[in-house]
Ligand binder design. Structure first.
Ligand code: MSP
Length: 463
């Protein structure tokens, strides 16, 4: 059986999950379920990113030790994903022993390969990004635009990774499509970063400033930089660096790594470079989605527009929440989620379009066909299947390897219901006296509903 490996970023354990996180994982779950339907064996990986300054500060604010705090937050992610019907294969936490051991293994290997060096460094650190930023990344008031905070000046001795040594290979992998980046604009954005120049990055932080991390195996005074620690999850979860390599051999490289645009540089440049340094294969593709706003504004605690997916589940149920969060705009784009429109969209797409089609059709089949699937005039049926169903199934199969196209195809499945509703209105089987004609319409409805049920199953799984 062919296998299919899909990953989400591991979510920062600095607060409870919100719909931004849900957006990424719903898409991953849809891809996993879809490719399972297409006959693949799935490995779907997610988890929580639990070290670093951002998490340590959140724990302190909440009056908890970091470990107590991340245990609680990791639990809230797991229970929310369960409520949302997310069926991952593995959930990795970066504070787990299996991960920490493998990170130590990888760091040792990088050191032995001679790609790490010590340097005294002074720079601006943005805790929101968990990264050093430069003056040109900031707005006119000196704030980092995404997190709306002023970075702090940090001066410390760190270990650095010789990124420059790997840049030509990373660039070649992206240009040649060996590491596919979708949509195309994101690939161009990454290639643009090479033109601007990329500096070596630090792989450690001084314990004097930050204790909450994995101690470097070759320097007790330092912990691993949280991004290096976190990126490695994609392979540590599969057993990289452990005694049992079977899962790693079977499920790596990942077919699709899903990410938001805000973490593109880490995944498209740093991550492949680390893998090359470790002599590990690169993932096959990165699918990058936009960063959405809620009712026109960035979600933030200060504005008070952070939405908990659990609240949507209470109002609409789990399947409809998946549908509503997945569908506001084409996957891959950025856009706005207008929560006040959810009820309307729920009614128009799910209740009136698909729900109504099902209930009308079944009522008529009960009335006219003794609740049995009617025999039909083969020609109209085949014409319908050839026009609406087969091309979609074929496109899903042909786009194995292009998850972005697959997601865009799934977003349009309920168009079949719209076509069928138009047909049923036009053909009016409730007043049709010719039995053959009536049966042809009803059979077409049933075939269409069956196809929709299968094609939409990755999204509306329980329904
Ligand atoms: N911990 C890092 C990832 C490490 S992966 C080795 C991180 N975590 S995060 O919790 O901040 O974000 C995780 C995912 O949620 C990202 O893909 C991010 O883009 C997504 N989103 C968070 N807020 C979002 C929106 N408002 N809109 C769309 N996606 C958003 O980054």
């Amino acid at each position: 059986m062919e296998r299919f490996t899909v990953t989400t970023p591991i979510f920062y354990a600095n607060g409870r999950p919100h719909i931004g996180h849900a957006y990424t994982i719903i898409a991953a779950d849809i891809l996993a379920r879809l490719n399972q339907l297409l006959g693949k064996e799935i490995f779907f990986l997610t988890g929580t990113d639990e070290h670093g300054a951002k998490v340590a500060e959140a724990a302190e604010k909440n009056g908890k030790t970091p470990q107590e705090f991340v245990d609680e937050i990791a639990g809230s992610f797991q229970s929310t994903w369960k409520e949302l019907g997310i069926e991952y294969t593995d959930f990795i936490r970066t504070t787990e022993e299996r991960h920490e051991k493998a990170v130590v293994f990888a760091l040792k290997k990088l050191k032995e390969k001679g790609v790490l060096y010590e340097k005294k460094y002074k720079g601006l650190y943005c805790t929101g990004c968990e990264a050093f930023v430069t003056e040109k990344d900031l707005d006119e008031n000196g704030f980092e635009p995404l997190h709306k905070t002023k970075p702090i000046v940090v001066e410390e001795k760190n270990w650095f990774f010789k990124l420059s040594e790997f840049l030509p290979q990373v660039k070649e992998a992206i240009e040649s499509g060996r590491l596919k980046i979708l949509p195309e604009e994101r690939k161009n954005e990454v290639l643009g970063l090479f033109e601007q120049g990329l500096e070596d990055f630090s792989v450690s932080r001084s314990k004097e400033r930050l204790k909450w991390g994995i101690t470097l195996p070759f320097d007790e005074s330092q912990v691993a930089y949280v991004w290096v620690d976190a990126l490695l999850n994609y392979i540590t979860a599969l057993g990289y660096g452990s005694d049992d390599q079977s899962k790693f051999e079977k499920f790596w490289p990942a077919d699709i790594q899903l990410i938001g645009q805000d973490i593109l540089k880490f995944h498209a440049i740093y991550w492949p470079a680390i893998l090359l340094a470790l002599d590990v294969e690169l993932p096959k593709s990165l699918i990058v989605h936009g960063y959405f706003t809620v009712n026109g504004q960035k979600m933030s605690k200060t504005i008070g527009n952070v939405i908990d997916p659990n609240d949507l589940i209470k109002e609409f149920g789990s399947d409809a929440t998946r549908y509503l969060l997945f569908n506001p705009f084409p996957f891959g784009n950025s856009g706005d989620i207008a929560v006040q429109d959810f009820s309307e969209k729920y009614n128009s797409d799910l209740a009136n379009n698909f729900g109504n089609l099902v209930s009308r059709s079944l009522t008529l089949v009960k009335k006219f066909c003794e609740n049995k699937v009617p025999i039909s005039n083969e020609e109209t049926l085949r014409e319908f299947i050839g026009r609406e169903i087969d091309p979609r199934i074929l496109a899903l199969k042909e786009n194995f390897g292009n998850g972005l196209n697959q997601l865009n195809i799934v977003q349009k499945v309920l168009e079949i219901a719209r076509v069928l509703n138009e047909d049923i209105n036009k053909e009016a089987p409730w007043k049709e006296t010719n039995e053959e004609k009536r049966n042809a319409t009803l059979r077409k409805m049933l075939e269409g509903i069956a196809a929709i049920s299968i094609l939409e199953k990755p999204v509306l799984n329980q329904t």
